[in-house]
Design a protein around this ligand. Structure first.
Ligand SMILES: Cc1cc2nc3c(=O)[nH]c(=O)nc-3n(C[C@H](O)[C@H](O)[C@H](O)COP(=O)(O)O)c2cc1C
Length: 174
C-alpha cells in the first residue's frame, strides 16, 4: 500500500503534449529517478517520490489486470505500451500513454525498469475509459481479488484476440 494514500477528487489535470514524464525503478518497482515533469504533475517532491513504490500513483479506477500484463511483459524482457490513469498527491488524476521497458545489463539480466509517458489524445481516452470501467467492474464483482483479476485479465485478452491483433498492435489502435 502506498505511503501517501489519498482519495480521488475526480478532477483531471493535464500536461503538455510535448512533455514527457520519466521515471526509473528498481526491480521491485520502487522509484529511483523522477524527472521534473513527473515531480511537477504528481504533486510530490522528488524526495517524497524516490524510494516509494510506483503504486504511490495508483488510481482506484485502474483495473488490476493492466498491471499484471505490464509486469508479465516486463518479466519476459519485453517493452509494453499502456494507458494508465494516475493519481496525484492531492487525489487529482492524469492520464498517460506509458512506454515501459526493462533495463538489461551485459549478461542480459534485468536490473531495473524505465518509463516514458506522453499525454494521450482525447479520442484514445474516450475509447479506453469504458474498456477499463468494464474490466474494473468485473474485478469488483468477485469476492476474491485474485479471481477477479484472473477474470478481467482473460476478458481483456479476449477483447484483444477478437480484433485479430496482438496486444502490441491493438494498443496503438485505441
Ligand atoms: C517503470 C514502471 C513504471 C510504473 N508506472 C506506474 C504508474 O505510473 N502508475 C501506476 O499506477 N503503476 C505504475 N507501475 C506499476 C506499479 O509498480 C504497480 O504494479 C501498480 O501501481 C499496481 O499496484 P498494486 O499492485 O499495489 O495494486 C509502474 C511500474 C514500473 C516498473
Amino acid at each position: 500500500m502506498a505511503k501517501y494514500a489519498v482519495k480521488p477528487t475526480g478532477r483531471e489535470v493535464t500536461f503538455g503534449e510535448n512533455d514527457i514524464i520519466v521515471s526509473k525503478t528498481d526491480l521491485k518497482g520502487r522509484i529511483t529517478y523522477a524527472n521534473d515533469v513527473f515531480v511537477g504533475i504528481s504533486g510530490y517532491t522528488e524526495g517524497e517520490l524516490l524510494g516509494q513504490p510506483h503504486s504511490i500513483l495508483r488510481h482506484p479506477d485502474m483495473p488490476r489486470c493492466v498491471f499484471k500484463l505490464l509486469w508479465d511483459t516486463l518479466q519476459r524482457k519485453q517493452e509494453i505500451f499502456a494507458y494508465v490513469k494516475n493519481m496525484t498527491k492531492t487525489g487529482n488524476h492524469y492520464w498517460v500513454f506509458a512506454h515501459v521497458t526493462p533495463s538489461l545489463n551485459e549478461r542480459d539480466e534485468i536490473i531495473g525498469y524505465h518509463s516514458n509517458r506522453r499525454a494521450p489524445s482525447r479520442e484514445s481516452l474516450a475509447r479506453i475509459e469504458p474498456i477499463y470501467k468494464t474490466l474494473l467492474d468485473m474485478e469488483g464483482r468477485h469476492g476474491n481479488a485474485k479471481e477477479g483479476m484472473q477474470a478481467s485479465f482473460a476478458a481483456m485478452m479476449e477483447t484483444v484476440r477478437n480484433t485479430g491483433k496482438q496486444y502490441e498492435e491493438y494498443v496503438f489502435t485505441l
